[in-house]
Design a protein around this ligand. Structure first.
Ligand code: ZN
Length: 305
C-alpha cells in the first residue's frame, strides 16, 4: 500500500469513527440525552463547542411529562417564549417569562494540559475563554408537552435541545453508573480501561475522584447509597448493561445498581477477611496519599502496585 492509499485509509477510518461515534458500539440506554459528540472527537473541538453558552437555560436531562418544567433566560429583557418541536419544526407552545429580579454573570475559562499528572501545575496545551454572559435572570414554565424533542426560543436565543419523557431520570441513572465503571479497580471488567492494581493488598473496589487512590470514605458511602437505592427502589433498578458497561445487547440479568454495589461491597468484605475479622486492622485506604497531601500523618498504606 503506498502513502496515498495509507492516507485514504486513515481518513476513511477517521470518518467511520465520526459515523459510529463512540468506541462503545452497543446501543446506549440513555441515547436520547447522551452527548452527541463522539468520545473519539478531539477534545479541542469538544471544548470549543462548550464555549457557545446559550442564554436560555433548560434542564438538559429533559423533563417528565407531568413535571413542573422550569427554565431560565439571562438577558436584558424578555417577555415571551416559543417552544419548537424539533421533529417537525412546528410551534408546540408559547408562554410568558417573569423577571426574578436577580442579576447573574458567567464565563467559561477552559485550560487543557499535556501532562498535568507529571508536571506540577501542568504544561498548558491550549486555553479557551468564552464570551461573558450577563444580565437579569428571567424564569418561565413550559406548557404541557407530549413525549418528544424540543427547543425553546426567547428573543433571538435558542436553548439546547431537550426531551420530554417520563424516563429521563432512568436515563440519567444509566449514564451516571458508567462513571463507576471508569472508577473500577482490579479485574472488574471496566468498560474504560484494562485491569489495574492487581497486586494491591486488597484488590478491586473503585478508585477515588478520577485518580488511582482508594479511599474508605468514598467507597463506603457509595456502597451505602447504591445499596440503599437498589433495595428501596427495586422496580427502578433496571438491567440494561452486562457487568461490562460497554455491553448492552446481552446483559448479565442482574439489576445494574445492585451489581455495581457488589464491586464496592466485595472490596470491603475482602478487606475484612484480609484482617481476619479485626475491624481496626482493616486496610481500606490504598495509594500514596502522603505524597499528594503534604503533612500527611503517615498512616496511609503505601501500596502502589
Ligand atoms: Zn486500579
Amino acid at each position: 500500500m503506498n502513502f496515498k492509499n495509507n492516507l485514504t485509509a486513515f481518513f476513511l477510518l477517521l470518518s467511520l469513527q465520526f459515523v459510529f461515534g463512540q468506541y462503545v458500539t452497543d446501543p446506549l440506554p440513555y441515547a436520547p440525552i447522551a452527548n452527541p459528540l463522539p468520545d473519539t472527537m478531539d477534545q479541542l473541538y469538544r471544548d470549543s463547542v462548550n464555549l457557545s453558552i446559550s442564554r436560555v437555560r433548560v434542564n438538559q436531562a429533559g423533563y417528565r411529562i407531568d413535571d413542573e418544567k422550569l427554565f431560565y433566560y439571562v438577558g436584558s429583557s424578555a417577555s415571551e417564549f416559543t417552544v419548537i418541536n424539533i421533529e417537525n419544526s412546528n410551534i408546540a407552545g408559547t408562554g410568558t417569562l417573569q423577571s426574578t429580579g436577580k442579576q447573574t454573570s458567567g464565563q467559561l475559562n477552559i485550560k487543557s494540559y499535556h501532562k498535568a499528572q507529571l508536571i506540577s501545575g501542568g504544561d498548558i496545551k491550549y486555553e479557551l475563554l468564552s464570551p461573558e454572559i450577563s444580565g437579569t435572570v428571567f424564569k418561565g414554565f413550559l406548557p404541557q408537552l407530549a413525549e418528544g424533542r424540543y427547543k425553546v426560543i426567547v428573543n433571538s436565543d435558542t436553548s439546547s435541545p431537550f426531551i420530554i419523557n417520563d424516563n429521563v431520570y432512568g436515563m440519567v441513572k444509566d449514564a451516571l453508573i458508567k462513571y463507576f465503571g471508569i472508577a473500577r479497580c482490579g479485574d472488574n471488567e471496566s468498560w474504560f480501561h484494562d485491569d489495574c492494581h492487581l497486586k494491591d493488598i486488597v484488590p478491586g473496589g473503585w478508585h477515588d475522584a478520577g485518580d488511582h487512590l482508594k479511599v474508605p470514605q468514598s467507597i463506603g458511602y457509595a456502597v451505602s447509597v447504591l445499596g440503599l437505592c437498589a433495595t428501596a427502589l427495586k422496580d427502578r433498578d433496571t438491567d440494561h448493561y452486562a457487568f461490562n458497561h460497554a455491553i448492552t445487547q446481552n446483559t448479565d440479568r442482574i439489576p445494574d445498581v445492585l451489581r455495581e454495589t457488589k464491586v464496592g461491597a466485595d472490596y470491603i468484605i475482602n478487606s475484612y477477611d484480609q484482617a481476619a475479622g479485626n475491624v481496626s486492622a482493616m486496610k481500606t485506604e490504598l495509594g500514596n496519599m502522603d505524597m499528594i497531601m503534604a503533612g500527611g500523618d503517615g498512616r496511609n498504606i503505601r501500596i502502589w502496585l
